[in-house]
Design a protein around this ligand. Structure first.
Ligand SMILES: Cc1cc2nc3c(=O)[nH]c(=O)nc-3n(C[C@H](O)[C@H](O)[C@H](O)COP(=O)(O)OP(=O)(O)OC[C@H]3O[C@@H](n4cnc5c(N)ncnc54)[C@H](O)[C@@H]3O)c2cc1C
Length: 390
């Protein structure tokens, strides 16, 4: 192998790639992030900011989210930047008896998994959030839910990893992998060749393209989410909210009967940022890499939103945008080495949970590389589940 440019090359400068590179740098490794555009221009720059353990599948997924939340609590101090970390609590409002029943059943499993949650009737819910519609049935409350600013997290990881001696190359596209004796030893880019001991694929919804260069068929697809943003306003909601229908769509899509909801995969979500703008979402659509927002999608988000928060009718929408969740059919990301492809590590496919799982993903991938194994068993995330047996 020609002279090494870094210990580890990380492809992708989103909230997953920068977290991995930062965690490696903390452990004394020199990382080189190679990003096709600029930092945070992929999904991490067009998403929401929830860290909501109550929307995770009870069990393994929830456990990992709780581990990540512990890391987030310490990150602001560790990185020395304001990340707009805000533990404001979260609700899951339910518009009908079906979603209330499913959310209640899920609440029991969440509590068994060690998460503090409580079901509330509509009066109790509105004593916290008086602007919500009295026509709702009730809500689940999760006091530990929080939000963060993903841009600030990425920029702060970047600043800190550079301080520790690692590097970032933007406007550089990886076009192929470089091999020696059956091992991945670097990347071919439009700016030349770069060599390292390991190459990590942290390209989110583009993860399948890089995986294919390594000979792995990784079933990662872009799943579009449209969002609207209102003008800044005084406090309308104090917590984060993802409707019970969001849970139905995520875990029980077979129970949806309304055709438009099925097509757009929409579930009401709302958060108010520190500067007063309100983000309302979103859709879950398979449209390839078409990043448009659509009249149907936006109209649906607004009409659903008004059902939950009637005061939305009097607010001005100032912009709309969409992003691509890196979707994997079995609902789990691909994290870890791949049998038969030494030197190559996957860290992609976090779907709607990549912001929440960023710190723990970075830590576990860095541990795999530096210590040989992660401190938390993530066998379920192994990309080997997609390796075809000869
Ligand atoms: C509408 C919406 C709302 C969401 N809300 C939440 C939420 O509230 N909470 C949560 O936890 N998650 C949420 N998510 C999911 C979360 O945003 C993603 O899981 C996360 O951002 C994925 O991060 P990433 O670093 O893997 O991917 P990205 O941020 O997409 O980064 C991948 C990078 O790889 C680069 N790249 C691709 N190909 C190449 C190449 N060949 N060479 C070099 N670089 C390349 C891209 O340019 C990109 O910058 C949401 C997503 C959407 C769409």
């Amino acid at each position: 192998m020609p002279k090494k440019d870094a210990d580890v090359i990380v492809i992708g400068g989103g909230i997953i790639g920068t977290s991995i590179a930062y965690q490696l740098s903390k452990r004394g490794k020199k990382a080189l992030i190679i990003e096709r555009e600029d930092l945070c221009t992929g999904t991490s720059g067009s998403c929401d900011a929830y860290i909501t353990p109550h929307t995770k599948k009870p069990g393994f997924h929830l456990g990992l989210c709780l581990e990540s939340m512990k890391l987030y609590k310490e990150l602001e101090e560790e990185l020395g930047d304001d990340l707009e970390y805000w533990q404001k609590g979260g609700f899951q409002p339910c518009e009908d008896e079906l979603s209330f029943q499913l959310v209640s059943e899920n609440a029991k499993d969440l509590m068994a998994g060690g998460l503090e949650v409580k079901m509330m009737n509509i009066d109790e819910f509105r004593s916290y959030e008086p602007n919500m519609s009295p026509n709702l049935v009730g809500a689940l409350h999760c006091p530990s839910a929080c939000q963060i600013n993903p841009f600030k997290v990425v920029m702060s990881y970047a600043r800190n990893l550079k301080k520790l001696g690692s590097q970032i190359m933007t406007n550089t596209e990886v076009t192929d992998l470089l091999w020696e004796d059956g091992k991945v030893v670097g990347v071919q880019t439009d700016k030349g060749e770069f060599y390292a001991d390991y190459v990590v694929n942290a390209t989110g919804c583009w993860g399948a393209q890089i995986a294919r260069m390594a000979g792995l068929e990784a079933p990662i697809e872009p799943r579009r989410g449209q969002i609207i943003v209102t003008e800044p306003t005084s406090t309308v909601i104090k917590t984060t909210m993802q409707s019970g229908m969001y849970l139905v769509i995520k875990f029980h899509p077979e129970k949806i009967t309304d055709e438009r909801t099925k097509r757009l995969g929409s579930g009401f979500c709302i958060e108010q940022t520190g500067d007063g703008t309100i983000l309302i979402g979103f859709t879950r659509e398979f449209m390839g890499y078409d990043k448009s927002t659509t009249l149907e999608g936006i109209e649906y988000i607004i009409s659903e939103g008004c059902k939950y928060l009637p005061g939305l009718r009097d607010m001005h929408v100032i912009r709309t945008f969409s992003g691509f969740r890196p979707f994997v059919a079995d609902g789990l990301p691909l994290i870890g080495p791949v049998d038969g492809i030494p030197g190559f590590i996957m860290a992609a496919g976090h779907e709607g949970d990549g912001v929440a799982l960023s710190p723990i993903t970075g830590k576990l991938v860095a541990e795999m590389i530096v210590e040989g194994q992660p401190s938390y068993n993530i066998d379920a995330f192994s990309p080997n589940r997609f390796v075809k047996q000869a």
